[in-house]
Design a protein around this ligand. Structure first.
Ligand code: IMP
Ligand code: MG
Length: 186
C-alpha cells in the first residue's frame, strides 16, 4: 500500500481529511471575523501538511510564525518532554506580541505539547491563543485541561502516521492517516 511497508490499516482517507479540514477552516474564519492580525503558528514538523491545507481554505489576512517542538525523538512513541528551538523564540516573539494566535498541531495526545506552547506564547505577549488540532486521542485523562478549540477527529488510542505525522521521521508524506503494524515498532 502506497509503496510504504509496515502499514496495518487506513484510519482516515485523504478525502475524509480534506472535507473535514474545509469545515474547520470555515469555523475558524467565522470565529475570527473582525479580528485583525491573525498569526498562525504551526508546530513543526508534524503540523506542516495539515497547516498547508488549512490555510489555503482560509481566505483572510494572516501571517505565519514557525515553531519547532519535539517531544518524540526518534523511535519514541510516548512523550519525552517538550523541547523548543531557542533561536526561534526571539523571532516568534516579534511576530506574536499583541496578536491573536492560532496554534496548529497534528495531534493532541498527552496535551503536554499544547499546554507548554500555549504558555510560551502567552509569555511572549500574544493577545490571545487558541488551539487547532486535526486529531485528538480518546481517553486521555491527563489531557483534561487541554481540550483543543478546533478538533478535526477523535480517534482511538493507537499510534498513527501519515498526513504529516511520523514514526522515526518516516511516513509524513502519506496522504491518508494510517495505523502501523505492531511489528513496525522494534
Ligand atoms: P502530546 O504532547 O502528548 O499531546 O503529543 C503531541 C505530539 O506528539 C504531537 O505534536 C505529535 O507530533 C506527537 N504524537 C502524538 N501521538 C502521535 C501519534 O499517534 N503518531 C505520531 N505522532 C504522535
Ligand atoms: Mg508534533
Amino acid at each position: 500500500m502506497h509503496g510504504h511497508s509496515g502499514i496495518d490499516r487506513v484510519l482516515l482517507t485523504s478525502d475524509q481529511i480534506l472535507s473535514r479540514v474545509g469545515a474547520m477552516a470555515a469555523d475558524i474564519v467565522h470565529d475570527y471575523e473582525g479580528e485583525d492580525g491573525l498569526i498562525i503558528v504551526p508546530i513543526l514538523t508534524g503540523a506542516m501538511v495539515f497547516t498547508c491545507d488549512l490555510i489555503r481554505r482560509m481566505p483572510v489576512p494572516m501571517k505565519i510564525g514557525l515553531l519547532t517542538v519535539s517531544s518524540y525523538p526518534g523511535t519514541a512513541t510516548t512523550s519525552q518532554g517538550v523541547k523548543f528551538v531557542e533561536d526561534q523564540i526571539e523571532k516568534l516573539k516579534e511576530r506574536v506580541v499583541g496578536r491573536p494566535v492560532l496554534l496548529v498541531d497534528d495531534i493532541l495526545d498527552s496535551g503536554n505539547t499544547l499546554r507548554a506552547v500555549t504558555a510560551e506564547l502567552k509569555e511572549l505577549g500574544a493577545k490571545s491563543v487558541k488551539t487547532c488540532v486535526l486529531l485528538r486521542k480518546e481517553n486521555r485523562p491527563e489531557a483534561a485541561d487541554v481540550v483543543g478549540d478546533y478538533v478535526g477527529f477523535d480517534i482511538p488510542d493507537a499510534f498513527v502516521v501519515g498526513y504529516g505525522l511520523d514514526y522515526n521521521d518516516m511516513y509524513r508524506n502519506l496522504p491518508d492517516i494510517v495505523v502501523l503494524k505492531d511489528e513496525t515498532f522494534s
